[in-house]
Structure formats: structure tokens, C-alpha cells
Design a protein around this ligand. Sequence first.
Ligand code: PGA
Length: 253
Amino acid sequence: MRKPFVAGNWKENTDSRSSVELAKAVATGSAGLAKEKVTVAVIPPFVYLQSVVQAIRSSGIAVGGQDVYFEPKGAFTGEISPAMLKDVGCNYVLCGHSERRHVLCESDEMVGKKVTAALSGGLMPILCVGELLDERDGGRTEQVVARHMKTGLAGLSADKMSAVTIAYEPVWAIGTGRTATPQQAQEVHGFIRKLLAEMYNAKLAQETQILYGGSVKADNAKELMAQEDVDGLLVGGASLKADEFVRIIQAAV
Ligand code: PGA
């Protein structure tokens, strides 16, 4: 019922040439799968968005931004609006990635404003939620995830919420090689779906795609995807190698 969704977050990597080469290689490798069987998105740095969009125009692969600002325009040096992302061909945008929250000090409130602004601008936000290691060790995973969900989706109607994807990314598993076990991922994904049913309704909870992210590799993609409430994967490091990312896409179908 829920179509698998695999997104590659390139973070602060690639250059003008390698970004286009990587996008093209992913498009070639996933031909026949992307769009029909699985939603695939690549999420390059802002400055390469336009050339990546052009390079894979008819591939069925979507393109997303790594972040967005909530003000539509004005004196906000360095920021990028939802309309600008739309204008260069993005459909998706990450909101509240843990590196934005914990390295760039984005507040929960700011993330919520970004989700709302992205939706108003016609983008589909991927809201990232997830706990730090000491929060997990302290038994506070559900509390943190619930806070990220409630502040990230603050004020959103069920109608608007249907364009939002959730990505559960335990911070201790990002870029560390320490993936959550499929059972750990399922526990939190199940919790998120239950929460969505409480916050909205059972139908919306059943329809919302919940991705897992954190050291996803070709070798662990299948067992993560086998979990009932894992609908897709948000991939960082392994999305920078076209062949590995394509293997992840194949594993998700
Ligand atoms: P990783 O990153 O796959 O390199 O752990 C995932 C992410 O941050 O989205």
C-alpha cells in the first residue's frame, strides 16, 4: 500500500562535475524502478540542484533540497526560500535533519516553521526526527521523537500532513557505521505511526511514509525494509556511490 521511498542525502559533498555524474549513474542504474516501483530522490547541495535536475530530467528521479528557510523572501543572507527550490525543479526538502538541529543549532520551533513554509510553497517536506545517544541510553527515545513530531508538525491539518514524509534517524547511527537493528527501527517506526493516529487519524497514519536513516548500506537495506513500518530509507554516505545506492534502491522494491 505504501510505495517504497529511497532518498540520498549528499550533504556537503560532490562538486559540479561529480554531482552530475553521480545523478546520471543513479538514473541509469535505477531505470525501470524509479517512479514505477519506488520513489527515488537525490538531495544534492543547493549550488548543484539546477544542473542535477537538468541531468536527470526524464529519469523519474525526484530532486530535493537539504534545507529551506521559512521566510518567503527578504533580507536573510544565505537563506533559500521554498519558491527558489521549486523554481529550480525540487519537489522535496529535508526539514530538521539532525546535523541542522545539533550542528547548526536549529530549534524545534524553527523546524516546524520550515515544514509549514515548505508545504505552502508546494514542496513535500521530509521531517527528520530522532534521539541522541544519551537520550536513548536514558530511556527518552519516545519522548524526544514525540517532541520532534509535535513541534515539527505544529498546526498542520491532516490534509496538509498527507504531503509530509517522516524520517526516523537515530543520531547515534548517522555516519557512525552503527546502524539501528531492524527491531530498534521497527519499535520507533511503530511508535511514530501510533502517534500519527493519535495526532491525526488511523487512515493518515497508515498512509504516511516513514523512512529509516542512519548508516544504511546495500548490505542492511533489505532487512530494514522487511520491517512492517519501515517504508523507505534516507541514505547519507552510501548515496555517494552510485552502484551502492542503486543496490539500496533494488533492495527497497
Ligand atoms: P548516513 O547518513 O547514511 O551517512 O549515516 C544518513 C543521514 O544523515 O541522512
